[in-house]
Design a protein around this ligand. Structure first.
Ligand code: NIG
Length: 386
């Protein structure tokens, strides 16, 4: 194993409560782990050394919500929205048709292209979902392909009732044969709890069946209007409830008193012309907040976590440290990868060596210089990928 010392750090964000943001810091990577963090003058010897020239260093982005297993194009739907058409869950069916028609190689290539794009821009840990197959064979295929490429895979058979299918019959399929088929390949199960998709009782039935098979739970909730998704996620002990765009006071209180992360997807809200989520209220109440891209061809076609951070600071009243923490450690918490050996979203000895070096002296530049590409270098699991 080769060790690498990272020196010349201008500003270091560790997300570790004890290490904080040490000045004059250096890091040593050993294999795929961080071996040492501390004052540069005390750094142990390493095989090689990289001087980052006074630039800011932070953990790689943890994108805890994406839908990258898809085929087809929905530019026309997006353009219609820019002309005033509303976003509707039914658009998912367009991607389902294209995804079913694609070959395995096409799906894998699209997934890899988006993962490479994300890594180039500082994302080092990615969750992705099934949910554009919606038959046993197509969901299994998506789960298998995703499992070889992404850090975490989520089963989202409960994304939409395929057009023309009986909702009760489809739900039984999801909770039965589909879940049995995909369970060995995925870590999580999710359901889209929203008007036009699945109601609270249907969502509860799917997620209970998944929990019985040992899967962790996530929920798409409160995206297009107020609804039961957030409170259901808390009731079921889900790791995360994602979107959280339309929250009532009870939703915020429920999240604040729970271990369920509120995962906010601002690029999606902008693309679908929804209000931005109440990040300030969530943070002030004590909820754990994550930021994620929700990259998918319908509601949020971006892999850019920097864009999400910039938006969170400039338009959601988050501070820069809060937004960076939400896009790194918050995502890690949403994936239950924030502690222990190989943790992500944090720079401390034993964590995965996932580093993002900005072409800036301070991470504040992510909001101070909005829209300017600032990624200078990226290490993922100790390997330099940019
Ligand atoms: O998270 N909300 C449901 N699923 C996706 C959108 C999928 C689509 O429109 O294709 C989301 O926004």
């Amino acid at each position: 194993m080769t060790s690498t010392a990272i020196t010349g750090i201008g500003e270091l964000t560790t997300n570790d409560d004890e290490l904080g943001t040490p000045g004059d810091a250096a890091l040593v990577l050993d294999g795929d782990r961080i071996a040492w963090v501390g004052p540069a003058h005390r750094a142990p010897a390493a095989d090689t050394s990289v001087d980052v020239g006074g630039r800011a260093v932070l953990p790689g982005w943890v994108d805890s919500h994406t839908h990258l297993l898809f085929a087809g194009d929905r530019t026309a739907e997006f353009t219609a929205r820019t002309n005033g058409e509303p976003y509707a869950a039914g658009g998912i069916a367009v991607t389902v048709d294209a995804t079913r028609a694609a070959t395995d190689d096409e799906l894998r290539a699209t997934l890899r292209r988006h993962l490479a794009e994300a890594a180039w821009n500082g994302t080092t840990c990615v969750e992705t979902k099934t949910g554009y197959g919606l038959t046993v064979a197509d969901e299994l295929r998506a789960a298998r392909i995703a499992a070889t490429e992404a850090d975490d895979v989520t089963f989202l058979g409960a994304h939409l009732v395929p057009p023309g299918e009986d909702p009760d019959r489809y739900l039984d399929l999801v909770r039965g044969d589909m879940l049995d088929a995909v369970a060995p390949h995925v870590r999580w199960c999710d359901a889209f709890c929203e008007r036009g998709a699945f109601d609270a009782e249907q969502t509860r039935r799917v997620l209970r069946a998944a929990a019985d098979r040992g899967l962790g739970l996530r929920v798409h909730g409160n995206q297009l209007g107020p609804g039961p998704g957030v409170r259901l996620a808390v009731e079921l002990g889900a790791a995360s409830v994602d979107h959280c765009t339309h929250l009532e006071a009870e939703d915020i209180a429920a999240l604040a008193g729970s271990g369920t992360v509120a995962t906010l997807l601002p690029a999606c809200d902008l693309s679908t012309r929804q209000p931005l989520p109440p990040a300030r209220e969530l943070l002030d109440a004590g909820a754990t907040v994550a930021l994620a891209s929700n990259c998918n061809p319908g509601s949020s076609y971006t892999t850019s976590m920097a864009f999400c951070v910039t938006t969170a600071v400039l338009q959601m009243r988050m501070t820069v440290p809060e937004a960076i923490r939400a896009a790194t450690l918050g995502g890690a918490r949403a994936l239950r990868r924030d502690t222990g050996d190989g943790a992500v979203g944090v720079l401390r000895p034993g964590a995965r060596a996932d580093l993002h070096v900005l072409d800036a002296p301070s991470a504040s530049w992510l909001a101070y210089r909005p829209g300017v590409p600032l990624t200078h270098a990226v290490w993922r699991a100790g390997e330099r990928v940019r």
